[in-house]
Design a protein around this ligand. Structure first.
Ligand SMILES: *[C@@H]1O[C@H](CO)[C@@H](O)[C@H](O)[C@H]1NC(C)=O
Ligand SMILES: *[C@@H]1O[C@H](CO)[C@@H](O)[C@H](O)[C@H]1NC(C)=O
Ligand SMILES: *[C@@H]1O[C@H](CO)[C@@H](O)[C@H](O)[C@H]1NC(C)=O
Ligand SMILES: *[C@@H]1O[C@H](CO)[C@@H](O)[C@H](O)[C@H]1NC(C)=O
Ligand SMILES: *[C@@H]1O[C@H](CO)[C@@H](O)[C@H](O)[C@H]1NC(C)=O
Ligand SMILES: *[C@@H]1O[C@H](CO)[C@@H](O)[C@H](O)[C@H]1NC(C)=O
Ligand SMILES: *[C@@H]1O[C@H](CO)[C@@H](O)[C@H](O)[C@H]1NC(C)=O
Ligand SMILES: [Fe+2]
Length: 469
């Protein structure tokens, strides 16, 4: 396929200068102005949101530049608009030394096949995250030399257009969790430096992907606070109430929580949707106290997360209903929803989440629901209130897939036996999911084991419907 090429210099203070030649102004650049942690996100079918970080207390040029207590960096954000859909662009961040590419989203009604990657529950790899050792009582450390999910995603980067991370991003909150054994010694007088270090490590590691593919996120429970399990008094202000998540992901669209981002005005929010893909993606927030009835604290009793509410109870369901109702299914046949905590899974289920979200997902004919939170892969049938339907026989209910196996710092979970009746495949290995939207009737998935890129599960959802495009 032929894509016209465009070249962009991201001069972040002047978005209208976006189509200039890619040349940084050397007078403004020095060793302290180099951008890092570059992150892309779709902004409609004719725009792209850029985020990058910079060293604190240095001049930063962008539409929005924000930091928060305990952060050692600024988060700089800008949305570039007026681009062509489905087009490859080249860009160079100001003061950067490298040219990157991205491709804008398809316009609604496009009928070309495309793929996306899904990851859940991915933290850093190495000393501050998943490594060849895990904590007491945990299992599945990486084998020496085993490829990580980030490495697997990089080697297969040409196979997908964007990455969808369904929550639990970085596990910076784990700095205390291992009771002093994880980051050792635990230092409580350094202003939260360990938390910040893990967060930066994650965004540094994922940059090789997030700088070339839109990296779409939804929030998980580990974004909520510094999580010592019981003792929130230890959390500093920048480690509560989704602060780091909200600062890093100002422009992520269709993900509940960003409407509550204090620096995001309604006008900016409008530019941050991806209505233009063949698939409509919508990301709910099933984390604690996030504006749906009976939104629980951590099931299993991790206690108060000291997060939310962001709006009156029920606001999230109203948001989701409006988002789902707005899709023109003639142009956009597929609707995929994500949330963090699953309710169809062979271990503790989030029944409050089911009660809140499932009726809307059924009512609006959502095709596929992606969940994480549990650290294994479990593909299910299509399910209507507990009743399974065949995925290849035009199900009326959504197909459910849980994949929180990308790289939790402390290993994988053990699913409970017997598996729930709707379960069709369980894999307890590190990995991610590749989804391919073939046309308006066929959507398939592969589970890819990160360690050696082997495909360990494949399945196809088949709908019997007319393609209008
Ligand atoms: C380019 O910039 C990166 C990030 O600032 C730096 O690590 C790298 O050394 C630079 N490379 C060159 C060739 O200057
Ligand atoms: C804790 O951090 C402070 C500030 O960085 C430092 O002065 C102190 O030496 C650290 N303590 C330990 C035990 O590492
Ligand atoms: C973390 O919580 C445990 C109890 O689960 C407590 O014993 C420990 O002191 C706490 N650590 C810190 C640094 O607050
Ligand atoms: C979290 O932030 C929201 C939005 O600013 C605010 O309404 C809410 O009260 C905060 N929650 C806590 C526990 O601080
Ligand atoms: C879902 O199924 C349960 C029994 O498994 C039933 O009590 C409940 O009323 C059903 N909900 C709906 C919305 O049909
Ligand atoms: C849709 O894609 C599937 C899988 O590639 C293929 O088997 C099927 O024939 C396609 N249907 C149409 C109408 O092109
Ligand atoms: C890849 O890894 C999986 C899981 O460890 C293993 O079952 C499979 O045999 C490996 N495949 C190859 C080709 O090495
Ligand atoms: Fe989680």
């Amino acid at each position: 396929m032929f894509f016209p090429l465009r070249v962009i210099t991201v001069v972040v203070a002047f978005a209208t200068a976006a189509l200039a030649a890619p040349r940084a102004n050397p007078d403004r650049c020095n060793e302290n102005t180099a951008p890092f942690q570059i992150r892309l996100a779709y902004a409609g079918d004719s725009g792209m949101a850029f985020s990058k970080n910079g060293i604190l207390n240095r001049f930063a040029r962008s539409d929005i530049s924000t930091t928060y207590p305990t952060s050692s960096t600024y988060n700089n954000h800008v949305v570039i608009t007026g681009l062509q859909s489905d087009t490859t662009y080249y860009y160079m961040p100001e003061c950067g030394n490298q040219t990157y590419t991205f491709k804008t989203a398809r316009r609604a009604g496009s009928s070309t096949e495309f793929s996306f990657a899904m990851v859940g529950d991915m933290g850093t790899f190495g000393p501050y995250g998943l490594s060849t050792t895990v904590g007491k009582g945990a299992s599945n450390p990486l084998k020496p030399g085993e490829k990580t999910t980030i490495e697997s995603l990089m080697t297969l980067k040409d196979s997908y257009d964007f990455v969808w991370h369904v929550g639990d991003i970085a596990y910076a909150d784990a700095w205390l969790k291992e009771k002093g054994g994880y980051i050792s010694p635990v230092n409580q007088t350094d202003g939260g430096a360990e938390y910040d270090k893990i967060l930066n490590e994650f965004y540094d590691q994922v940059e090789e992907i997030s700088s070339i593919r839109p990296y779409m996120v939804g929030p998980g429970n580990h974004e909520a606070n510094c999580d010592n399990g019981s003792d929130l008094d230890i959390c500093l202000p920048g480690q509560l109430n989704f602060t780091g998540y909200r600062a890093h992901w100002k422009f992520v669209l269709n993900a509940y929580l960003c409407p509550a981002c204090p620096l995001l005005s309604p006008a900016e929010w409008r530019t941050s949707g991806i209505p233009g893909t063949t698939v409509r993606c919508t990301s709910s927030n099933s984390t604690p106290k996030t504006d749906f009835p009976n939104a629980p604290d951590e099931p299993g009793g991790e206690g108060d997360e000291d997060a939310g509410p962001f709006a009156p109870s029920g606001s999230q369901l109203a948001w989701l209903k409006k988002d789902l109702a707005s899709v023109d299914r003639k142009k956009t046949p597929w609707v995929i929803a994500s949330g963090h905590r699953p309710w169809y899974v062979s271990t503790t289920e989030c029944l409050e989440c089911q009660a809140a979200f499932e009726p809307l997902l059924l009512q609006y004919g959502v095709d596929l629901v992606l969940h994480g939170h549990k650290h294994f892969y479990e593909s299910h049938a299509a399910i209507d209130n507990g009743t399974a339907q065949e995925i290849d026989a035009d199900p009326t209910a959504p197909w459910y897939i849980v994949n929180g196996a990308a790289g939790h710092y402390d290993g994988l979970d053990t699913p409970s036996l017997p598996y729930v009746p709707t379960s069709r495949k369980v894999i307890t290995l590190y990995g991610w999911s590749l989804f391919t939207v073939h046309n308006c009737t066929h959507l398939s998935t592969q589970f890819i084991a990160s360690g050696n890129n082997s495909i360990l599960d494949t399945a196809t959802l088949i709908k019997d419907r007319n393609c209008y495009c």
